[in-house]
Design a binder for this molecule. Structure first.
Ligand SMILES: C[S@@+](CC[C@H](N)C(=O)[O-])C[C@H]1O[C@@H](n2cnc3c(N)ncnc32)[C@H](O)[C@@H]1O
Length: 316
């Protein structure tokens, strides 16, 4: 099958670039380089600075190289999960880090990847095709309770138990192989008026499977912590999220990193020595024009923070 042209409209582009407050000689990390939309805006503002473009998807890496053509001396691509940030930047201090979390439009639109509930494909949903664990392993392998748990936790799916029971019943006949077969099973398990209440009946289940396949939520807080540790004083971290689960995780991680002394209030002096690592700014949402022009931006939110000066001793 011919390769799809990589297409992804960056979300909150100028807002993210403003939040990063780019210095021409700074060192930056775009941890979710995707189609290179944000990377391009960063790299073109650099003179002696450098940009590290990370993505776990091979096709995204190729797309970034194409998009950043002409700036070869100012960027390096790294195919990796951003959860490796601590190792990747072990000897590098950053002036800014960006994460534009989730899947790209390219990944959703590519029928072979299995992210979409609108097109038939194998149950895959891996962002990193070297990862052996796919959505089929969950759908055909998890027991009913575990299946219901992930549909509830990562999809906030009200009918998680009914859907899990329908999946288990169906797979006893033969393994569930494709996305549209799964959509049919989900549709048969939820009330007929589901669409009028909350969109496509498979939307939440597909979100849950995608998050479980790619461990999307549990890697966020440790990665944010690792990136903040590698930021120079005054450096910025900017994170774009697309649903409440991601946003909650980022909000809580920032709140924790911005917390100072945790001594009981009746202690006369601080003995914990804990200092805030970051100052957190007000979140930003897309403006009217972006909302009108890019439907994908509807649920987007940008949170950003700035590294404060240390030391950040933390009492055990
Ligand atoms: C929303 S897109 C980014 C789009 C990009 N900002 C642009 O303007 O083209 C998210 C990208 O992040 C990548 N990604 C998601 N989670 C990742 C992770 N844990 N590690 C590395 N890449 C990840 C996906 O493969 C995808 O290409």
């Amino acid at each position: 099958m011919p390769q799809l042209e990589f297409s992804h409209e960056p979300v909150l582009l100028s807002e993210a670039i403003d939040a990063l407050d780019i210095k021409p000689d700074g060192i930056y990390a775009d941890c979710t380089a995707g189609g290179g939309g944000h990377s391009f805006e960063i790299v073109k503002r650099l003179s002696s600075g450098h940009l590290f473009c990370i993505d776990q998807d091979e096709e995204a890496i190729e797309a970034v190289k194409k998009r950043l053509g002409g700036f070869e001396d100012r960027y390096t691509v790294i195919r990796s999960n951003f959860s490796e940030a601590e190792k990747i930047f072990k000897d590098i201090m950053l002036d800014g880090a960006l994460m534009d979390i989730g899947v790209s439009s390219h990944q959703i639109d590519d029928p072979s990847r299995g992210f979409s509930y609108m097109q038939d494909a194998p149950l895959d949903m891996r962002m990193d095709s070297d990862n052996p664990f796919t959505a089929a392993d969950i759908v055909n392998g998890y027991d009913e309770t575990r299946l219901a748990d992930i549909l509830k936790r990562w999809g906030e799916e009200k009918y998680a138990r009914r859907i899990a029971a329908a999946i288990v019943k169906q797979r006893q006949i033969q393994p569930i192989a494709g996305t549209l077969e799964l959509v049919g099973i989900i549709e048969s398990a939820v009330p007929g008026n589901y669409r009028s209440l909350g969109g496509h009946p498979a939307k939440r289940s597909f979100q849950a499977l995608r998050i479980e396949v790619n461990h999307e939520i549990e890697i966020l807080t440790p990665t944010i912590g690792a990136l903040v540790d590698r930021l120079s004083v005054g450096g910025r971290i900017a994170i774009i999220t697309f649903h409440s689960l991601e946003d909650r995780e980022v909000k809580q991680a920032f709140a924790e990193l911005s917390k100072g002394c945790v001594c009981p209030s009746d202690f006369p002096v601080c003995v914990c020595g804990r200092k805030p690592k970051v100052k957190v700014f007000k979140p930003v949402v897309p403006g009217e024009t972006e909302l009108k022009n890019n439907p994908r931006s509807h649920s987007a939110r940008l949170r950003y923070a700035e590294k404060l000066s240390g030391p950040y001793e933390k009492a055990d």
